[in-house]
Design a protein around this ligand. Structure first.
Ligand code: GDP
Ligand code: GDP
Length: 436
């Protein structure tokens, strides 16, 4: 199932970011706790009642030094292209401005539902200010205050009404859904083309029948795959599509819908800061990951080069120590046949369930080998463990006192579980719970 997407548009300073931060709330800080990963947030998950949705702050998409009008048009276009529902935000203290009218014109032409939010209505006396906004032509204006957090419930009630019916995607469960991420020019679209151009790859011609025609389904060796957001990788040209924040947003959207994420590195230019940032998104999302070192044809390669490159990758992507590395050339197709078998393998590991009795044997053996540490004279006791979910595999360990489960001990248990069951390519999660 795909989550609905809301985009907030409006001229600068009406309060878009303020509302975005309020709606997204503490999630942002949770994400930023991950070491080594910082992110310019314009795209995040939020919740209202029983709905979970994604929200875009289009105000965060800035295009060089372009004039205001160009920026606003581009931002409105992002909303029209990417969102299911658009929140058009205006400022209740300023009344309607020419810039608001410009945005309104663009939104009118789109066929997307638009909900009009009048921000900075900080007290009840100011509610009268909203009536003039009826003339923008988007129906009832919803008064809100970002500063005081007022009116957001009513606004969201209205927004949620316009979410599309959730249709189960017409793809069965055995299908492996994967996306390709990486900075511009690492070779994402070349790799898609090479993969689809391989022998015995059968590309299904069902564009238009699926909900999301941007995805490409294909079959290889009897397995069904879908490349998520193929169109997004190929599309070029519109000004905003070349901005970094937009491409990050697009990548996050694709990652979310994938089981496996291929994170591409360019062997020619080597590893750069941006590569780490992008790879961090896949890790955070709990997806299976394959690291693909592309443009392998540009190096004079032998066994030694591969080892050297691997050391560099491992050193730079410590948080992805579970991910296998594939070296290939999208251009010459060298070693390209090594990729899909890895994708298949990591996707199976991502969905793997282990037997509870075996899991407990492994945990108890680990405990015997490396007794749990004591903290302030209290010793961690482990009673029992169980796998509670897959994608990614997640385990609950019942203990006497969760606070005694130190990070390093958790890491030790994770490694034992990995050695015993082979979870290559997938993150795994361990939660300590107090036995009640
Ligand atoms: P954006 O450019 O549309 O993203 O606007 P910002 O979120 O950056 O807000 C612009 C300014 O308006 C900031 O100084 C905010 O503190 C202020 N602001 C945002 N929401 C409100 C509100 O509800 N009431 C008042 N009085 N000020 C607000
Ligand atoms: P994207 O921006 O990540 O989609 O990258 P593209 O697929 O557009 O590739 C960017 C450039 O790198 C193009 O000029 C490609 O021809 C080139 N390229 C892609 N893969 C390879 C490769 O394996 N080897 C070499 N030498 N060049 C490649």
């Amino acid at each position: 199932m795909r989550k609905s997407v809301i985009a907030i548009v409006g001229r600068p300073n009406v309060g878009k970011s303020t509302i975005f931060n309020r709606l997204v709330g503490e999630r942002i800080s949770i994400v930023e706790d991950t070491p080594g990963v910082t992110r310019d947030r314009i795209y995040a998950e939020a919740e209202w009642l029983t709905s979970t949705f994604n929200i875009i702050d289009t105000g965060g998409i800035e295009i060089g030094d372009e004039p205001l009008l160009v920026q606003m048009r581009a931002q409105a276009q992002v909303a029209i292209d990417e969102a299911d529902v658009i929140v058009f935000m205006v400022n209740g203290r300023d009344g309607i401005t020419g810039a608001d009218e410009e945005v309104a014109k663009l939104l009118f032409k789109s066929n997307k539902p638009v909900v009009l939010a009048v921000n900075k209505v900080d007290n009840p006396e100011m509610r009268e200010n909203i009536y003039e906004f009826y003339s923008l032509g988007f129906g009832e204006p919803f008064p809100i205050s970002g500063t005081h957090g007022l009116g957001l419930g009513d606004l969201l009630d209205e927004v949620v009404k316009h979410f599309p019916e959730q249709i189960q995607e017409e793809i069965d469960d055995d299908t492996i859904r994967f996306s390709l991420i990486g900075r511009p020019n690492v070779g994402k679209s070349s790799l898609v083309n090479s993969l689809l151009g391989q022998e015995r790859v059968i590309v299904s011609d069902i564009a238009g029948t699926t909900r999301d025609a941007v995805d490409t389904p294909f079959t290889k060796d009897g397995r069904d795959y879908v490349i998520i957001d193929t169109a997004g990788m190929r599309k070029r040209g519109k000004v905003y599509e070349s901005t970094e924040k937009y491409s990050i947003m697009r990548a996050l959207k694709a990652i979310e819908r994938s089981d496996v994420v291929l994170t591409l590195i360019d062997a020619d230019t080597g590893i750069q800061e941006q590569d780490k940032k992008i790879a961090g998104y896949a890790h955070e999302a709990g997806k299976a990951v394959v690291i693909v070192v592309n443009k392998w044809d540009t190096l004079d390669t032998d066994e030694k080069t591969m080892k050297e490159f691997e050391d560099k990758v491992r050193d730079n992507f410590r948080f992805l120590d579970y991910a296998p590395i594939v070296y290939l050339s999208a251009k010459t197709k060298k070693r390209i046949h090594t990729l899909l078998p890895r994708v298949l393998e990591v996707s199976e590991n991502h969905a793997k369930r282990v037997q509870t009795n075996l899991l407990n044997e492994v945990i108890m053996d680990a405990l015997a080998m490396n007794p749990s540490p004591s903290i302030k004279g209290q010793k961690l006791k482990i009673f029992y463990a169980a796998q509670v979910s897959v994608k990614p595999p997640s385990f609950v360990v019942f203990v006497n006192e969760p606070e005694l489960m130190h990070f390093t001990y958790e890491r030790f248990l994770e490694n034992r579980i990995r050695e015993a069951f082979g979870f290559e390519g997938t993150p795994i999660k361990i939660f300590a719970r107090k036995r009640s």
